[in-house]
Structures are given as C-alpha cells and as structure tokens.
Design a protein around this ligand. Sequence first.
Ligand SMILES: [Zn+2]
Length: 215
Amino acid sequence: MIDKDHIPSRDDDDDDIDGYTKIDRYNPKLIENLSANYLNVLKQIGEDPEREGLLKTPERIAKAMLYLTHGYDLDAQNILNSAMFKEEYSQMVIVKDIEVYSMCEHHMLPFFGKAHIAYIPNGYVVGLSKIPRVVDAFARRLQVQERLTNQIRDCIQETLNPIGVGVVIECRHLCMSMRGVQKQNSVTTTSAFTGEFLKEKTRTEFLNLISSKLS
Ligand SMILES: [Zn+2]
C-alpha cells in the first residue's frame, strides 16, 4: 500500500538492498512502494502476477528503475571539480566511443549508443575517467537526446571553462525501433559546441578524429 502522506525518497534510509550495495543504496520503503505500483501495471496489462516467473518481477523492476535513473543522485559538476588539474596543455583532448545508456522521457524506453567529447583546455585539464562519469550522470535519468547533449556540453563549459567544447552523440532509440515506425537501424545523431568548436576548422578536425579508426 502507498502511504499518501509520505513518498519515500532515495536517501530516506541507508539500509543496503541485496545485490545493489556496490552500485547504490536504496530506501527499502521506496522499493516497496514502487513494487506495489508495478504489481498493478502487471495486472492492468493482462498478466497474472501470481504466476511463478512474475512473483519477484515487481521488485526487480523497482530496483532496475532506480538503477537506470541513478543519475538524479549524481552531481556532474562535482565529478569534474573533484579531478581538475592545472596544466598548460592547450591542444584538443578527445574522449571517444563513450557508452551511453539512457531512457527516453516520452516512452521510458531505452536509447543507447556512443558519445564523443572534446575540449580545448584553458589552463586546466580534468581526469579523463571523469568525462564518461559526467555522461552517465546526465544519461541515467529520463531524457531526450538533444537535452542530454546540451547538458554535457554546458557542464564541461561551466566547470572547466575551456576554450571550447564539442559533444557528438549517436544513439538508437527503442521507442523508434520497437514500436511505431520500426526503422530498425536508424541512428539519431546530435551535437553541441561552444567556443573554438563553433569555427568550422576546429569542428571539422574533431569530426575527422572521431570518425577515424585507430585499431
Ligand atoms: Zn521515446
């Protein structure tokens, strides 16, 4: 049953939930409420939630959903601030083929693919492993690909204050391929730039570098 006066949040309780302790810690009351809702969903789509294979499904979906949206608990600017270093390097830094897993906010179906991110330092560089973590912080929420692209660009621009930022994201959307138009192989590409990357020469260099294969 859902207690209408108190909707639990992720950090109401510090108890560990089995299997998810490494990833995050969720409030058991929230899992219980979400599970009750998913049980209703199962009934309403015509399933029998009492059959063996579905007995633990509401709880599994609840835990999966909390994991798939754990970006709400992350602060992308903090992630970058925690690993910024003074450095005179002033050439383009590119991290390419970063895996992206997100969910469209219109259908709550996954979209996934790759992000390619570049910046030109202005006195500061950031630990390279932090860039994929920034992608995750924004991707692990309900999203649209266009906003995801802009949020990553803006976060890097505002935190690192580089000479320019370039972000390109290529994703397949299950809401396109599993339903409706069923264009199985279409890929959506979005991009966002600041500063030096607004110039065609820099942007072309970036796009050439991310499309070249090293291996
Ligand atoms: Zn969608």
